[in-house]
Design a protein around this ligand. Structure first.
Ligand code: GLV
Ligand code: MG
Length: 315
Protein backbone atom coordinates (compact mmCIF):
# COMPACT_ATOMS: atom_id res chain seq x y z
CA UNK A 1 0.00 0.00 0.00
CA UNK A 2 1.11 3.57 -0.72
CA UNK A 3 4.27 2.04 -2.10
CA UNK A 4 5.90 5.06 -3.77
CA UNK A 5 6.21 7.39 -0.82
CA UNK A 6 6.48 5.04 2.14
CA UNK A 7 10.27 4.92 2.26
CA UNK A 8 11.12 8.29 0.76
CA UNK A 9 12.98 10.69 3.08
CA UNK A 10 11.06 13.30 5.04
CA UNK A 11 13.86 15.34 6.63
CA UNK A 12 12.08 18.56 5.67
CA UNK A 13 8.28 18.69 5.32
CA UNK A 14 7.26 22.00 3.75
CA UNK A 15 3.93 23.46 4.82
CA UNK A 16 2.16 25.44 2.05
CA UNK A 17 -1.17 27.25 2.59
CA UNK A 18 -3.64 25.83 0.08
CA UNK A 19 -5.50 29.11 -0.39
CA UNK A 20 -2.44 31.10 -1.49
CA UNK A 21 -1.66 30.72 -5.20
CA UNK A 22 1.68 32.49 -4.86
CA UNK A 23 2.93 30.09 -2.18
CA UNK A 24 1.52 27.11 -4.11
CA UNK A 25 3.39 28.14 -7.26
CA UNK A 26 6.63 28.50 -5.33
CA UNK A 27 6.39 25.20 -3.41
CA UNK A 28 7.88 22.91 -6.12
CA UNK A 29 10.95 25.17 -6.35
CA UNK A 30 11.78 24.70 -2.66
CA UNK A 31 14.20 21.87 -1.94
CA UNK A 32 12.18 19.86 0.55
CA UNK A 33 11.79 16.09 0.88
CA UNK A 34 8.06 16.36 1.36
CA UNK A 35 5.52 19.10 0.66
CA UNK A 36 2.02 19.29 2.07
CA UNK A 37 -0.63 21.59 0.71
CA UNK A 38 -2.69 22.73 3.65
CA UNK A 39 -6.45 22.98 3.88
CA UNK A 40 -6.41 23.19 7.68
CA UNK A 41 -5.09 25.82 10.07
CA UNK A 42 -3.22 28.03 7.59
CA UNK A 43 -6.44 28.53 5.58
CA UNK A 44 -9.15 30.92 6.80
CA UNK A 45 -12.60 29.32 7.30
CA UNK A 46 -14.10 31.48 4.55
CA UNK A 47 -11.46 30.24 2.07
CA UNK A 48 -11.64 26.53 2.96
CA UNK A 49 -13.88 25.40 0.13
CA UNK A 50 -12.27 27.55 -2.57
CA UNK A 51 -8.84 26.28 -1.53
CA UNK A 52 -9.74 22.71 -2.56
CA UNK A 53 -9.77 23.55 -6.27
CA UNK A 54 -6.52 25.54 -5.97
CA UNK A 55 -4.85 22.56 -4.34
CA UNK A 56 -6.12 20.15 -6.99
CA UNK A 57 -4.89 22.48 -9.72
CA UNK A 58 -1.46 22.74 -8.05
CA UNK A 59 -1.12 18.96 -7.71
CA UNK A 60 -2.12 18.32 -11.31
CA UNK A 61 -0.27 21.13 -13.04
CA UNK A 62 2.82 22.23 -11.13
CA UNK A 63 6.20 20.64 -11.91
CA UNK A 64 6.66 18.44 -8.83
CA UNK A 65 9.79 16.32 -8.73
CA UNK A 66 9.72 12.94 -7.00
CA UNK A 67 9.23 14.33 -3.49
CA UNK A 68 6.42 13.11 -1.23
CA UNK A 69 3.28 15.12 -2.03
CA UNK A 70 0.54 15.39 0.57
CA UNK A 71 -2.62 17.36 1.38
CA UNK A 72 -3.58 18.22 4.95
CA UNK A 73 -7.34 17.98 5.25
CA UNK A 74 -9.45 19.35 8.08
CA UNK A 75 -10.01 17.33 11.28
CA UNK A 76 -13.07 15.15 11.83
CA UNK A 77 -14.52 17.63 14.36
CA UNK A 78 -15.12 20.17 11.57
CA UNK A 79 -17.65 20.26 8.73
CA UNK A 80 -14.99 19.97 5.99
CA UNK A 81 -13.27 16.58 6.30
CA UNK A 82 -15.39 14.46 3.95
CA UNK A 83 -15.63 17.27 1.39
CA UNK A 84 -11.85 17.73 1.44
CA UNK A 85 -11.33 14.03 0.70
CA UNK A 86 -13.99 13.77 -1.98
CA UNK A 87 -13.03 16.97 -3.78
CA UNK A 88 -9.26 16.76 -3.50
CA UNK A 89 -8.44 13.04 -3.58
CA UNK A 90 -11.21 12.56 -6.11
CA UNK A 91 -9.72 15.02 -8.58
CA UNK A 92 -5.99 15.19 -7.85
CA UNK A 93 -5.00 12.07 -9.80
CA UNK A 94 -2.21 9.60 -9.05
CA UNK A 95 0.50 12.15 -8.19
CA UNK A 96 -1.01 12.77 -4.76
CA UNK A 97 0.79 10.40 -2.38
CA UNK A 98 -0.87 11.02 0.94
CA UNK A 99 -3.48 12.75 3.05
CA UNK A 100 -2.55 14.23 6.43
CA UNK A 101 -5.18 13.99 9.15
CA UNK A 102 -4.76 16.59 11.92
CA UNK A 103 -5.81 16.40 15.58
CA UNK A 104 -6.26 12.62 15.51
CA UNK A 105 -7.84 11.56 18.79
CA UNK A 106 -8.50 7.85 18.29
CA UNK A 107 -7.76 4.90 16.02
CA UNK A 108 -11.38 5.08 14.79
CA UNK A 109 -10.66 8.43 13.10
CA UNK A 110 -7.89 6.84 11.04
CA UNK A 111 -10.09 3.86 10.18
CA UNK A 112 -12.89 6.21 9.06
CA UNK A 113 -10.48 8.05 6.75
CA UNK A 114 -9.11 4.77 5.40
CA UNK A 115 -12.63 3.58 4.50
CA UNK A 116 -13.57 6.87 2.88
CA UNK A 117 -10.34 6.86 0.86
CA UNK A 118 -11.09 3.36 -0.43
CA UNK A 119 -14.46 4.48 -1.77
CA UNK A 120 -13.04 7.59 -3.41
CA UNK A 121 -10.18 5.60 -4.95
CA UNK A 122 -12.62 3.07 -6.35
CA UNK A 123 -14.93 5.69 -7.85
CA UNK A 124 -12.05 7.59 -9.46
CA UNK A 125 -10.13 4.59 -10.80
CA UNK A 126 -7.16 4.89 -8.44
CA UNK A 127 -5.60 1.67 -7.12
CA UNK A 128 -7.28 0.94 -3.77
CA UNK A 129 -4.74 1.68 -1.04
CA UNK A 130 -2.83 4.14 -3.24
CA UNK A 131 -3.21 7.09 -0.84
CA UNK A 132 -1.14 6.94 2.35
CA UNK A 133 -2.06 8.60 5.63
CA UNK A 134 0.00 10.90 7.86
CA UNK A 135 -1.53 11.31 11.33
CA UNK A 136 -0.91 14.30 13.56
CA UNK A 137 -0.84 13.89 17.34
CA UNK A 138 -1.66 17.28 18.82
CA UNK A 139 -4.17 16.74 21.58
CA UNK A 140 -3.90 15.10 24.98
CA UNK A 141 -6.39 12.40 23.95
CA UNK A 142 -4.42 11.74 20.78
CA UNK A 143 -1.26 11.24 22.80
CA UNK A 144 -3.00 8.90 25.23
CA UNK A 145 -4.21 6.81 22.26
CA UNK A 146 -1.10 7.10 20.10
CA UNK A 147 -0.27 3.39 20.24
CA UNK A 148 -3.64 2.33 18.83
CA UNK A 149 -3.59 5.21 16.35
CA UNK A 150 -0.22 4.10 14.92
CA UNK A 151 -1.58 0.58 14.38
CA UNK A 152 -4.94 1.66 12.93
CA UNK A 153 -4.36 1.29 9.17
CA UNK A 154 -1.85 -0.13 6.70
CA UNK A 155 -2.12 3.20 4.88
CA UNK A 156 -0.28 4.99 7.72
CA UNK A 157 3.17 6.19 6.67
CA UNK A 158 4.05 8.71 9.39
CA UNK A 159 3.08 9.94 12.80
CA UNK A 160 3.65 13.67 13.43
CA UNK A 161 3.82 15.77 16.57
CA UNK A 162 1.90 19.08 16.45
CA UNK A 163 3.45 21.20 19.22
CA UNK A 164 1.29 24.32 18.89
CA UNK A 165 -2.08 22.60 19.16
CA UNK A 166 -0.65 20.24 21.75
CA UNK A 167 0.45 23.12 23.97
CA UNK A 168 -3.09 24.52 23.71
CA UNK A 169 -4.63 21.13 24.50
CA UNK A 170 -2.39 20.82 27.59
CA UNK A 171 -3.29 24.39 28.60
CA UNK A 172 0.40 25.20 28.88
CA UNK A 173 0.99 28.88 29.73
CA UNK A 174 2.88 29.59 26.49
CA UNK A 175 2.00 31.75 23.51
CA UNK A 176 4.36 30.11 20.99
CA UNK A 177 4.30 26.34 20.51
CA UNK A 178 7.28 24.20 19.58
CA UNK A 179 10.06 26.41 20.89
CA UNK A 180 12.31 26.35 23.93
CA UNK A 181 10.79 27.45 27.25
CA UNK A 182 13.76 29.07 29.04
CA UNK A 183 12.06 28.91 32.46
CA UNK A 184 11.74 25.10 32.24
CA UNK A 185 14.82 23.17 33.41
CA UNK A 186 14.99 20.55 30.66
CA UNK A 187 12.97 19.60 27.62
CA UNK A 188 9.29 20.07 28.41
CA UNK A 189 8.28 17.78 25.52
CA UNK A 190 10.74 14.93 26.10
CA UNK A 191 8.06 12.49 27.28
CA UNK A 192 5.81 13.42 24.37
CA UNK A 193 8.57 13.04 21.78
CA UNK A 194 9.59 9.65 23.17
CA UNK A 195 6.07 8.29 23.45
CA UNK A 196 5.22 9.21 19.85
CA UNK A 197 8.55 7.89 18.59
CA UNK A 198 8.09 4.52 20.27
CA UNK A 199 4.53 4.12 19.00
CA UNK A 200 5.58 5.06 15.48
CA UNK A 201 8.61 2.81 15.34
CA UNK A 202 6.73 -0.15 16.83
CA UNK A 203 4.46 0.10 13.78
CA UNK A 204 7.11 0.78 11.14
CA UNK A 205 6.20 4.45 10.65
CA UNK A 206 8.38 7.45 9.97
CA UNK A 207 8.20 9.90 12.87
CA UNK A 208 8.15 13.64 12.26
CA UNK A 209 8.40 16.71 14.49
CA UNK A 210 6.15 19.72 13.84
CA UNK A 211 6.81 23.41 13.16
CA UNK A 212 9.29 25.83 14.70
CA UNK A 213 7.47 29.13 14.66
CA UNK A 214 10.32 31.63 14.97
CA UNK A 215 10.71 31.59 11.19
CA UNK A 216 13.53 34.14 11.08
CA UNK A 217 15.73 32.32 13.61
CA UNK A 218 17.48 29.57 11.66
CA UNK A 219 20.15 29.00 14.29
CA UNK A 220 17.42 28.59 16.90
CA UNK A 221 15.75 26.05 14.60
CA UNK A 222 19.01 24.16 14.10
CA UNK A 223 19.52 23.99 17.83
CA UNK A 224 15.93 23.00 18.61
CA UNK A 225 15.76 20.36 15.86
CA UNK A 226 18.74 18.54 17.40
CA UNK A 227 16.56 17.23 20.22
CA UNK A 228 14.29 15.16 18.00
CA UNK A 229 17.11 14.28 15.58
CA UNK A 230 19.10 12.81 18.46
CA UNK A 231 16.11 10.82 19.71
CA UNK A 232 15.69 9.30 16.24
CA UNK A 233 13.04 11.35 14.44
CA UNK A 234 13.15 11.31 10.63
CA UNK A 235 12.46 15.00 10.05
CA UNK A 236 10.57 18.13 10.93
CA UNK A 237 8.19 20.61 9.34
CA UNK A 238 9.57 23.59 7.46
CA UNK A 239 7.63 26.84 7.14
CA UNK A 240 10.11 28.57 4.81
CA UNK A 241 12.73 27.54 2.21
CA UNK A 242 15.50 28.51 4.65
CA UNK A 243 14.04 26.26 7.33
CA UNK A 244 13.92 23.38 4.82
CA UNK A 245 17.62 23.85 4.01
CA UNK A 246 18.56 23.72 7.71
CA UNK A 247 16.46 20.59 8.29
CA UNK A 248 17.84 18.72 5.28
CA UNK A 249 21.22 19.07 6.92
CA UNK A 250 20.23 18.42 10.54
CA UNK A 251 18.32 15.19 9.80
CA UNK A 252 21.00 13.67 7.53
CA UNK A 253 23.83 11.61 9.00
CA UNK A 254 27.22 13.21 8.45
CA UNK A 255 29.53 11.62 5.89
CA UNK A 256 31.76 10.58 8.78
CA UNK A 257 28.91 8.79 10.59
CA UNK A 258 27.82 7.15 7.35
CA UNK A 259 31.34 5.88 6.55
CA UNK A 260 31.82 4.65 10.12
CA UNK A 261 28.52 2.75 9.98
CA UNK A 262 29.70 0.97 6.83
CA UNK A 263 33.02 0.11 8.47
CA UNK A 264 31.18 -1.40 11.44
CA UNK A 265 29.06 -3.49 9.07
CA UNK A 266 32.17 -4.70 7.23
CA UNK A 267 34.02 -5.54 10.45
CA UNK A 268 31.04 -7.34 11.91
CA UNK A 269 30.41 -9.33 8.74
CA UNK A 270 34.03 -10.44 8.65
CA UNK A 271 33.90 -11.37 12.35
CA UNK A 272 30.74 -13.44 12.09
CA UNK A 273 31.16 -14.99 8.64
CA UNK A 274 34.91 -15.50 8.35
CA UNK A 275 36.07 -15.73 11.97
CA UNK A 276 32.82 -17.14 13.43
CA UNK A 277 32.96 -14.63 16.31
CA UNK A 278 29.79 -12.93 17.61
CA UNK A 279 31.54 -10.01 19.28
CA UNK A 280 34.81 -8.35 18.25
CA UNK A 281 36.81 -5.24 18.96
CA UNK A 282 36.32 -2.34 16.55
CA UNK A 283 38.91 0.27 17.50
CA UNK A 284 38.29 0.91 21.18
CA UNK A 285 34.81 -0.55 21.32
CA UNK A 286 33.25 -3.96 21.35
CA UNK A 287 30.75 -4.56 18.56
CA UNK A 288 28.15 -7.29 18.24
CA UNK A 289 24.76 -7.94 16.62
CA UNK A 290 23.20 -4.84 18.25
CA UNK A 291 25.98 -2.72 16.71
CA UNK A 292 25.05 -4.14 13.31
CA UNK A 293 21.45 -3.08 13.82
CA UNK A 294 22.44 0.47 14.85
CA UNK A 295 24.84 0.78 11.92
CA UNK A 296 22.22 -0.48 9.49
CA UNK A 297 19.84 2.31 10.57
CA UNK A 298 22.53 4.88 9.80
CA UNK A 299 23.17 3.38 6.39
CA UNK A 300 19.46 3.34 5.50
CA UNK A 301 19.01 6.92 6.66
CA UNK A 302 22.17 8.06 4.85
CA UNK A 303 21.12 6.36 1.63
CA UNK A 304 17.69 7.98 1.88
CA UNK A 305 19.50 11.32 2.20
CA UNK A 306 21.51 10.53 -0.95
CA UNK A 307 24.87 9.77 0.72
CA UNK A 308 27.31 7.32 -0.83
CA UNK A 309 30.31 5.77 0.81
CA UNK A 310 33.54 7.77 0.54
CA UNK A 311 35.88 6.13 -2.00
CA UNK A 312 38.64 5.67 0.59
CA UNK A 313 36.24 3.55 2.67
CA UNK A 314 35.13 1.24 -0.07
CA UNK A 315 38.26 -0.96 -0.23
C1 GLV B 1 0.84 21.86 13.94
O1 GLV B 1 -0.14 21.59 13.32
C2 GLV B 1 0.83 22.28 15.31
O2 GLV B 1 -0.29 22.44 15.85
O3 GLV B 1 1.91 22.49 15.89
MG1 MG C 1 -1.92 21.86 14.52
Amino acid sequence: MSARSRDLPRRSCLSTPGSNERFLAKAPTVTADMTFLDLEDSVAPLEKEAARAKVVDAIRNLPWDDRVLCVRINAWDTQWTYGDVIEVVGHAGERLDEVMLPKVQSAAEVVALDLLLSQVEEVHGLPVGHIGIEAQIETTRGLINVEEICAASPRLETIIFGPADFAASMEMPVLTGGVQIPEYPGDHFNYVFSKILMAGRANGLQVIDGPYLYVRDNEGLRDFAQRTRVLGYDGKWALTPDQAAVLNEVYSPTQEQFDRAWKILDAYRKATEEDRAGAVMFGDEMIDEASRKMATKFVVRGERAGLTRSPAQAD
